[in-house]
Design a protein around this ligand. Sequence first.
Ligand code: GLU
Length: 491
Amino acid sequence: MNQKNKIRVRFAPSPTGYLHVGGARTAFYNYLFAKNQGGDFILRIEDTDQARSTEESLKMVVHDLKWLGLNWDEGPDAITLKDVGAFGPYKQSQRLDLYQAVAQELLNQGLAYYCFLTDEEIEAQKKASEAAGTMAHLVSPYENWPLEKSKAELRNGKTAVVRFKTRELKKDYTFTDLVRGQVTFPSDMVGDFVLLRSDGMPVYNFCCAVDDHLMQISHVLRAEEHLSNTLRQLMIFEAMKWSTPQFGHLSVVLDEDKQKMSKRKGATSCFQFMEEGYLPEALLNFIALLGWSHPEEKEIITIDEMIKTFSTSRLNASGAVFDGVKLKWMNAQYLRALPDDQLWALVKPFLLKANLNLPFGNQQWAYQSIRTFKTHMETLSDAVGLYGLLDDSQFQIQSESSEVLSWEPTKPVLMKWKELLQAHDSETFLESDFLRIENDVKTSLNVKGKNLFQPIRVAVIGKPQGTELKILVPLMSRSSLIDRVEKVLAK
Ligand code: GLU
């Protein structure tokens, strides 16, 4: 725990693309924990892998976190990317002097050393130990060189990595993981590991430990894949006589085949879910339940309630399955709960992007349409298919209508339908108007069942099956309906 006993947690993405839903879950649990405890939520950018980290990716991650509403107390500002907070810089690439200083201290104390082994020499050792079947760790002849001697070598132009000395640490490292309980690693699980590469760049385990200390991080909630890294980090904490944060390693998120989630099988990043028309609140609710549960096992939970009830004791150690059907269901619940004006504001950009021609300026129509379609949508992008039915320029007589068009009663039904539309005394229809007109066709021609319904469907939506006409027709104009039936009659 840090000096002031303040709860401080961090989300520490390596910016290499859009935010993965697994990363979003890690961020969210840290956020919930911080808010629940009145602590700080820090965004730290782990960008020391310069080949893979880009400013573009950083912007993507920041964008996705903002979209989710996971605002951080310290870290790069969401707009300017300039650091905000007293523990910066928050980008590791700008903290190199800090890592150098800690490495110097470890070197001075003889807890780390310069290692001049070449890649070929390392490879040869590996091969020899493989051949002997021992899988022994690397043994560096430089392990006990006096520091002055190594420095003289460096001055002579030799290059070296800085390695952490592990061979004298013959003991078990035990800690209580917030998710997994007691975890023990024998120190000889790892060999002398690199802290700084020969170009001076620090490796993940080193910067992570240094930053968690310097940023006074009290709790580290992160992905399970980092569990074994904790050993190296604990060694660094111990060597520097720093107190350790509490660790919690979150279960993996698997797809429905119990495999690692893969882009090939569907959306994996928050950005994709946004583009597919998921609401951030729904996505958060869903990912919260991938490894955590509400004390009363509630499924639909507001952010405020999650903050109130979040506790690491309810984090589950076993892998969580990402059930896309459940996410859709949940999204539908959130869509339905939105007021009409808000839902319309969210749906409209999807319709504009799909280039639909609709009476966007007619607010009464807009809200009426949203009320009608609300319960027919699971995602915002579902609106495109529904509203597409109302766009005259999209109207087409589908091939599956040909059978209906060949029936004998079809033509009289269509002619009557057209006649009654023309006789209707308004440009718009109520549901009851539609039902009355349909009934008038029925009684005047004495046709019923599919001989009645299917031709009218073809005349309205171009196909014999689909969304109920009594909900569509009140959203359409008389001229549009007449136009459509004329097109069908002409066929
Ligand atoms: N940069 C690491 C990652 O993105 C963070 C690991 C950690 O939280 O310690 O996986």
